[in-house]
Write a protein that binds this ligand. Structure first.
Ligand SMILES: [Zn+2]
Length: 337
């Protein structure tokens, strides 16, 4: 095991912790990916200077481990931000306002248990590969469409991290730097700014403002247009709202089809709030992606599916513990080539 600490005997339970931008969740997960004990979520504690209070977060994890009915093999931690998965070092997390925080080491020192910390998209991809829709799949992309757009890659039976560990930032390819708005990454007109929840809301607002009638336009009477209002208006048959969603899906499809054309993927697993905002979102996206695929083989074989978990990064954090202590391996019992 590379990461922090090791045990010689295994209980086949892992403590999984998911640290998002505002909330922390924790659960004990078994070797089958099942949650066997769930804990109440907590707000991420922010200090007065604006950054998440790492010491308080370590204390929260310590209290959770103490309250657990299970002896665990280790602690898997999913973090929203860049994380060095070998050391648990967090060079940067925009949401937590962390700059160079050795969080994995802090948790390890406080609890004296093996710790695996990694970025949330990597953990989510792991969950799908081990226990979800991508089980046995050798080449897939995990894509999340929510407040942002991005994901992680699984190539030739392995997670693909890239040279610096930043692979999977396909939402920050540029779509239109002339008409686009500033992106959180510091560039202008990234794909994410067009296809994410905020992107859909922005396009919806623009459309609603210029429309003279229609359900979307009426929504402006109740305040600013949000993503939900656009989906609701489309559901009620407003063609202008539908065209906002169609355009976001077209750009998403071009982006994801580009990945398939480059990497010859077998599957794309799609998660996130936008992808779940209407029941047919993933099916429509799947149809649209095919329009931009190059080969007949890809059009025939590509599988586009909705994510298997509503908390994939939490579940995946446990998976990382089992993978690194050798009690679990990916592609086991594979039925796919
Ligand atoms: Zn960007």
């Amino acid at each position: 095991m590379s990461a922090l600490g090791s045990n010689s005997t295994h209980t086949n339970y892992a403590m999984a912790v998911d640290i998002g931008g505002t909330k922390m969740a924790a659960a004990v997960v078994d070797l089958e990916g099942k949650v066997v004990q769930k804990f109440a979520t907590a707000a991420v504690p922010f200090s007065s200077s604006g950054e998440a209070n790492a010491l308080e977060m370590v204390e929260w994890i310590r209290s959770i481990v103490k309250d657990s009915h299970f002896t665990v093999d280790g602690i898997g931690i999913s973090i929203c931000g860049n994380v060095d998965e070998e050391t648990g070092f967090v060079p940067l997390s925009a949401n937590l306002h962390w700059n160079r925080v050795p969080f994995g080491l802090m948790v390890h020192d406080a609890l004296n248990l093996p710790v695996m910390a990694a970025t949330d998209v990597r953990m989510a991809a792991l969950a799908e590969a081990a226990w979800g829709a991508a089980r046995g799949i050798k080449y897939f992309a995990w894509a999340t469409i929510g407040t942002g757009f991005g994901g992680y890659l699984f190539l030739d039976g392995k997670l693909y991290r890239g040279f610096h560990g930043y692979a999977g930032n396909f939402g920050h390819n540029t779509w239109d730097e002339y008409q686009g708005v500033m992106c959180g990454c510091g560039k202008k007109g990234c794909i994410e700014t067009f296809v994410s929840g905020p992107g859909i809301a922005r396009a919806g607002q623009k459309t609603a403002d210029s429309a003279k009638s229609g359900f979307l336009h009426q929504q402006t009477l109740y305040g600013k247009i949000d993503t939900r209002a656009v989906f609701l208006a489309a559901e009620r048959g407003d063609p202008k709202a539908q065209s906002v969603l169609d355009e976001a899906q077209r750009i998403t499809a071009i982006s994801l089809a580009g990945l398939v054309n480059i990497l010859d993927l077998q599957m794309i697993v799609v998660g996130g709030g936008v992808a779940g905002a209407s029941p047919d979102y993933v099916q429509r996206l799947s149809d649209k992606i095919r329009e931009y695929l190059m080969t007949e083989e890809a059009k025939r074989d590509l599988i586009v599916v909705r994510e298997s978990f509503n908390n994939a990064s939490l579940i995946g954090a446990a998976c990382d513990v089992f993978l690194r202590n050798g009690t679990l391996s990916l592609l086991e019992g594979s039925t796919h080539e």
